[in-house]
Design a protein around this ligand. Structure first.
Ligand SMILES: [Zn+2]
Length: 397
């Protein structure tokens, strides 16, 4: 009897041992890296299910908040990520991509505790990306442009090569036969981490090429010159890009340190046939700033035009993102002052001096929330279409 009980216990121990060793051997090392376009992370150490890491500031002269990393080999584990350089979460918490960075959603703030977030990896989640925002890379632009290949109202060329040898695109959309009534310049990503801007730009291009009345009007009347990535190296390397030393791309319009800025300054007067009507430079604001707004120009004549355009934009119906003209930051308010101008000429500072210019503006599209609305790839694109409707009304249709 005793013998029998003993062997029964032995069997249980052996079975438990086998289960444990199978489970333990399945728990390999978690691999974390940022070796892909837009990646940015410094891993300090991994202790079991706890990862200590921080965003790479690189050559930015101030604290900044962009990060984007990949986790492999963490299936069936609950892992806590500890950020060691302040809170780097926006209003919706971290974003997640389960398809190698093509589509993104928010994990929301429920997973966040102070400067950490926790995620439980499912069985099939072998390759997961997390990021501060919803990233947008050159590959996203290429995928978008492929949908419009052979469209006679769209042309893609090279503006210049970057310092690192990457190609900077220039895109022309609309009436590109050389007899347009209006010329519009659109620029994005002077600050490389400001990816929501790129989704708005995609939405604008789609609207201009669409079968809508706005699209037809643009293709008849407007030639649009677009530089989607002013800091292409920064976008692809996953840099913060803001406040680079000695200055960033959006403070370079007098110095001309960067090839893309030099090339744009040279191209625009030739391209525009002596008249640029509108220039919009799309940005994203500071961490956890959930207001969509225009930055008031120092030139009071231009500011008046910004106000006129803002009223039109505010009154566009069914906008996917909330916008109020009263949210604009006029010159002289908050950080928008003389001191800011002394740091170097910005893109809109430069465009406001171009011949024929009516509306030269910077627009800031938040990362996490616009008001109470969570930013998505879809609603930022839809907001781009609202901007196109507003531009058509503004230009006098
Ligand atoms: Zn910016």
């Amino acid at each position: 009897m005793f013998k029998c009980e003993f062997s029964e216990m032995n069997r249980i121990v052996v079975v438990l041992f086998i289960i444990c060793s199978v489970k333990c051997s399945a728990r390999g090392d978690i691999q974390i890296d940022a070796n892909y376009p837009g990646g940015n992370i410094a891993v300090e150490r991994i202790e079991g299910d706890h990862v200590y890491l921080h965003q790479e500031i690189r050559d930015t002269s101030t604290w900044w908040f962009y990060w984007n990393f990949r986790v492999r080999g963490a299936q069936n584990r609950q892992v806590t990520f500890h950020f060691t350089n302040k809170s780097v979460f926006d209003r919706q918490g971290p974003s997640i991509s389960r398809d190698k960075g093509v589509s993104w959603s928010w994990l929301r703030m429920g997973v966040v505790k102070k400067t950490t977030f926790t995620y439980t990896f499912k069985e099939d989640e072998k390759d997961i990306r997390f990021a501060y925002s919803i990233p947008y890379q050159e590959s996203d632009l290429q995928r978008f442009l492929a949908q419009h290949a052979n469209n006679k109202n769209l042309e893609v060329k090279e503006l210049c090569e970057t310092r690192k040898g990457r190609s900077v695109e220039q895109i022309r959309v609309g009436n590109i036969k050389g007899n347009s009534v209006y010329q519009i310049l659109l620029t994005c990503r002077h600050h490389s981490c400001e990816s929501p801007a790129s989704y708005v730009l995609e939405g604008m291009i789609s609207a201009m090429l669409s079968e809508s009345e706005d699209g037809a009007w643009f293709r008849e009347n407007v030639e649009v010159l677009i530089v989607p990535f002013m800091d292409k190296d920064g976008v692809e390397k996953g840099d913060q890009g803001k406040n680079r030393k000695p200055h960033d791309h959006n403070r370079d319009y007098d110095a001309g340190l960067y090839p893309s800025v030099r090339a744009l300054r040279k191209l625009v007067p030739l391209w525009s046939r002596g008249k640029v009507d509108v220039a919009i430079d799309i940005h994203s604001p500071y961490v956890r700033n959930n207001t969509l707004y225009l930055v008031g120009n120092r030139n009071s004549v231009i500011w008046k035009e910004q106000c006129a355009f803002s009223t039109i934009l505010e009154n566009i119906k069914n906008k996917a993102l909330p916008y109020k003209a009263s949210s604009n930051i006029p010159f002289g308010k908050s950080w928008n002052n003389e001191n800011n101008y002394r740091q170097g000429c910005s893109c809109s500072g430069w465009t406001s001096t171009l011949e024929g210019m009516r509306l030269a503006t910077t627009i800031e599209v938040p990362y996490g929330n616009a008001g109470d609305t969570a930013i998505t790839q879809g609603n930022t694109r839809e907001f781009g279409a609202s901007l196109v409707s507003a531009l058509r009304l503004y230009l006098g249709e």
